[in-house]
Design a protein around this ligand. Structure first.
Ligand code: GLC
Length: 731
């Protein structure tokens, strides 16, 4: 017999089990029944951590605890109950999938679905209920240390790519926890900086991907950001969480704080927070037994409830949301069992990586390297050998294996050519990331000069030279907690690249990074490939592209500016602010929106990416020249593979509003479709334009508005490579 109900209605039963345990019952009835059985203490216990990554269930009712895990690219190794240190398990190595910039660069929602399903299977197999990812913060400055965890500068691309990822994770009975909500676009002073921006930028640029994740993806969890917005910390922010997320968007999941993102009990109670993790309690944060009782939503909340200073309305809403999460995840008996480090996951990592790499430049067909014509290949650069699945902060992983670029190249070349390696420069020799030890000895005794000389000597002996550099996951590179300090490559790489270019014109530069970098040498380097952080199969995926097994089809998810001051965030946006607040004066003009407004030519444009084949676009036509409020206008274009090998092209649709009451970008991405074509094959690509795609957010009215008038639909291979356009009028 169940214990007498301590508060609320009589326990309901259906057959011989309590209703909340009966999965045939509607979710909301189960939630209500379980809530009615819970005591005040039990409800409060649901709302905060009990360990580094878990929160309590209701043992008396057989309701299990909730286990969270990082991160967006793979399942973090187990840490001790109440420490960041490694638990030292030997069965928690994972598959590292490519970083989310690489996923976004595929411009292929099918890759997102594959990614979400695969990483969800690994989370499920590891017994986790909440995956703390994906991140969809907009790429506003090339200096943001965490851009590699996100999906680029455009809200439409991020929106299309986040939805299948969320759905893929959640079909495993694991909640995606989309982060960091919201406007967390820099690491400088991330815990306290108050971000000031107008409602247009908030709604048109920074919120859409979160809204898509919730309303189309059905995300079961959202993580609040560390920073403030409108003077309130985002983890308990009335406007963002109560008004926009829960009321306007109808979000029925849980808002989880970032770790240490909660700062006030009353704000946490009334401003929309549901679960508190990682709080730095009053000096008791290092493993003291009662540290968790000191959480803002723990004893302090309980005391306010017991004294009647606060009601139970917010408590019941929070507890209901946590119960809903539990029934969707840990108490969902129909969920699959998942898998870990399976060959399928390796194959998925390799496929996504290969499809996400972006061929930025390829003069004279330097790539792909033809192994029937080269005898010696010189590979130069630290990033050819340095493990990149570790580091970078909370997305750091302990992998079952990582194939480095040099290993992948050697495996692909076999005995068909000689491969010589030279370090070229020394970057970061760290081998231990929060207890995950790479086992690599990257120590180096040669001077910088000797390293360059040795690299040049190798280049002179080689038929083909592949420089593999970029950034890495150490502080002030692509890493959480700090931003980069420059747009240019670190560690003197530019000098190495210049020397190699002078020594051998058959040079390809491969950039392993999660951010744009300056390329002062670009005119002297015939081939440049953006390879991203591409996970456990990085080397094999790179070799697939470099030697032509895979025809690159990635497109940039963010602009590569020639200079920092070519970015709105730096020219007008006051990045990084004064330490207390940062004003996004660039407003909606982020990325290519800024470049096109200011007529600035980027180094490489948003949406840019070459192929080993060529594509011809036929005329861009529309089925009508005017669109009514309830109508649809169809734009079509024939795309032909005019080259000699199969390839894929992400055909892009941008729309520009030629007459608007408020300033708008020249054009904005409103559609894309990736088509894979055999040599000589032609495919008709169509885009349906409806009025809702044409609106902008009017912050004076606090609403989206669609104004009649003239619009231009642009179709192209990149934002700066428009192949045709049609003008139409919205009636
Ligand atoms: C970190 C990150 C967040 C991560 C969490 C748990 O500080 O901001 O993305 O999921 O804490 O590690």
């Amino acid at each position: 017999m169940l214990a007498a109900v301590a508060c609320g209605g009589a326990p309901q039963r259906s057959g011989d089990v309590a209703l909340y345990l009966d999965e045939s019952q509607p979710l909301e009835k189960r939630v209500a029944d379980a809530l009615a059985r819970m005591t005040l203490e039990e409800k409060v216990a649901l709302l905060h951590a009990q360990s580094k990554f878990s929160s309590a269930g209701v043992p008396r009712l057989g309701i299990p605890e909730v286990w969270c895990t990082d991160g967006p690219h793979g399942i973090r190794p187990e840490v001790l109950w109440d420490e960041w240190d490694q638990a030292g398990w030997t069965n928690d190595s994972c598959t590292a999938f490519p970083a989310l910039t690489c996923l976004a660069a595929t411009w292929n929602p099918e890759m997102s679905a594959l990614y979400g399903r695969s990483i969800g299977e690994e989370a499920r197999y590891r017994g986790k209920d909440v995956l703390l990812g994906p991140g969809v913060n907009i790429y506003r400055t090339p200096l943001n240390g965490r851009n590699f965890e996100y999906m680029g500068e455009d809200p439409y691309l991020s929106s299309r790519m986040v939805v299948p990822y969320v759905q893929g994770v959640q079909q495993n009975g694991v909640a995606a926890c989309v982060k960091h909500f919201a406007v967390n676009n820099q690491e400088v002073q991330r815990h306290k900086v108050d971000v000031v921006l107008d409602d247009r930028a908030l709604n048109e640029i920074y919120l859409p991907a979160f809204r898509a994740a919730v309303q189309q993806g059905g995300a079961w969890a959202i993580m609040g950001a560390y920073n403030k917005y409108k003077g309130e910390h985002c983890c308990h922010n009335r406007y963002l969480l109560n008004d926009i997320l829960k009321r306007n968007w109808g979000f029925d999941g849980v808002v989880i704080s970032d770790w240490g993102g909660v700062h006030d009990t009353r704000e946490a109670i009334f401003n929309g927070l549901d679960m508190e993790f990682g709080t730095w309690t009053d000096g008791l944060n290092w493993g003291a037994t009662n540290a968790y009782d000191n959480y803002y939503l723990a004893r302090p909340y309980l005391e306010l409830l017991r004294k009647g200073e606060v009601g139970t309305e917010e408590l019941d809403d929070k507890a209901s949301r946590v119960l809903r999460l539990i029934f969707r995840t840990s108490m969902n008996s129909r969920k699959p069992f998942g898998s870990l480090c399976s060959p399928e996951h390796n194959a998925a990592a390799r496929r996504i990586a290969g499809e996400g790499m972006v061929l930025l430049r390829n003069e004279g067909g330097v790539l792909p390297v033809d192994l029937s014509k080269v005898k010696t290949i010189a590979v130069v650069g630290e990033n050819a050998v340095k493990m990149m699945t570790v580091g970078g902060g909370s997305s750091s992983l302990k992998v079952k294996h990582e194939c480095t670029p040099l290993e992948g190249i050697r495996a692909a070349v076999g005995d068909r050519a000689g491969v010589i390696y030279e370090r070229g420069y020394v970057g970061d020799v760290t081998g231990d990331y929060n207890g995950v030890v790479t086992g690599q000895d990257l120590s180096e005794k040669r001077s910088a000069r000797a390293l360059i000389d040795d690299a040049v000597a190798a280049a002179r002996r080689a038929d083909a030279v592949i420089f593999i550099g970029g950034l890495n996951k150490s502080d002030h590179q692509d890493s959480e907690g700090a931003d980069r300090l420059q747009l240019g490559l670190p560690y003197g790489q530019d000098e190495v690249i210049e020397a190699l270019a002078a020594a051998n014109s058959n040079l390809a530069v491969v950039l392993v990074s999660g951010n744009a970098v300056a390329m002062p040498w670009v005119e002297r380097v015939p081939a440049v490939l953006q390879a991203w952080y591409s996970g456990s199969e990085a080397g094999n995926a790179l070799a697939d592209v470099v030697f032509g097994a895979v025809n690159p089809s990635g497109k940039l998810p963010f602009t590569f500016p020639a200079r920092l001051e070519d970015c709105g965030a730096h020219a007008a946006g006051e990045y990084p602010g004064d330490g207390e607040r940062v004003v996004y004066r660039d407003g909606i003009f982020v990325g290519y929106r800024w470049a096109e407004k200011e007529n600035i030519k980027p180094l490489f444009a948003f949406g840019h990416g070459l192929s080993y084949t060529t594509f011809a676009y036929g005329g861009v036509e529309s089925d009508r020249t005017s669109l009514t409020a309830s109508g649809k206008l169809r734009v079509r274009v024939d795309v032909t593979n005019t080259g000699s090998r199969e390839g894929a092209e992400a055909v892009q649709l941008y729309i520009g509003d030629e007459e608007s009451s408020l300033p708008r970008p020249v054009k904005e991405l409103k559609g894309f479709e990736k088509v894979r074509l055999a040599p000589g094959e032609t495919r008709t690509v169509t885009f349906d334009i409806t009025p809702d795609m044409l609106g902008y957010y009017d912050d004076a009215k606090g609403a989206w508005v669609v104004e009649p008038g003239e619009f231009t639909a642009y179709v192209g291979a990149a934002s700066d490579d428009i192949r045709g356009r049609v003008v139409f009028t919205l009636k």
